[in-house]
Design a protein around this ligand. Structure first.
Ligand SMILES: C[S@@+](CC[C@H](N)C(=O)[O-])C[C@H]1O[C@@H](n2cnc3c(N)ncnc32)[C@H](O)[C@@H]1O
Length: 199
């Protein structure tokens, strides 16, 4: 089976566009079949964004870890006026995010680039948000969590979404070991929104 995070060559005909509304913003995305949630905003990403808008006051400079088409980062820029870095291991996703930043008129508030986890990342952030790549397996997922811990400023949160039946309890346990705290800030139809703060 080919995973959505494995890149492959594309023809121009593989690309298309869709529009969707999140947090009250009508957003437009150039997309492609091989990318995660390519025809609509993923329910988990939407649950994450709703929970953040309701419970958090994000400010400053954030990271969208595994940005896909750019849904999470673009929505947060629209809602909070934050600056973002957006990274993905899939070059097609990175290129589409660059185009989607322009399409949604927020290209001056973010940069998107290729990175396998934190390998190409040199900054520390005021917040990190992610709908993490669960299918990579626990070892890589926990590596990403450790990378996030190492790249957060003091008192900065990691906020993520995971389904209960995709390993929420074991991820929460790992986050408590790493950060010494993990709070469930929202639950939405089987999606759990977890927040850990770097003390
Ligand atoms: C669940 S998808 C979320 C995509 C997007 N944020 C959204 O909400 O639609 C996870 C993303 O992580 C990316 N990914 C997988 N492994 C990665 C890694 N090691 N480093 C960076 N990104 C990775 C995938 O390519 C995919 O775009």
């Amino acid at each position: 089976m080919q995973h959505y995070f494995i890149d492959k060559p594309h023809a121009e005909t593989d690309f298309f566009e869709f529009s969707d509304t999140v947090l009250g913003y009508e957003l437009c995305f150039r997309s492609c079949d091989s990318i995660f949630s390519n025809h609509k905003i993923d329910d988990g990403s939407r649950a994450l964004l709703n929970a953040i808008a309701k419970n958090e006051e994000l400010a400053g400079f954030g990271l969208d870890l595994g940005c896909g088409l750019g849904v999470i980062g673009i929505s947060l820029i629209k809602h909070f006026g934050v600056k973002m870095e957006m990274i993905d291991i899939n070059n097609t996703a990175v290129n589409l995010t660059k185009q989607n930043l322009i399409k949604n008129n927020v290209q001056h508030s973010a940069i998107a680039y290729y990175s396998d986890g934190f390998k190409n990342i040199n900054n520390n952030y005021d917040f990190i948000v992610t709908n993490p790549p669960i299918k990579t397996g626990k070892v890589l997922l926990f590596d990403l969590m450790e990378g996030a811990f190492n790249h957060l400023k003091q008192n900065a949160p990691l906020i993520l979404v995971i389904r209960k039946n995709h390993g929420m309890e074991s991820l929460k346990k790992h986050l408590i070991e790493l950060f010494d705290n993990c709070e469930i800030i929202a639950r939405d139809k089987g999606y759990y929104i977890l927040k850990s703060i770097k003390k």
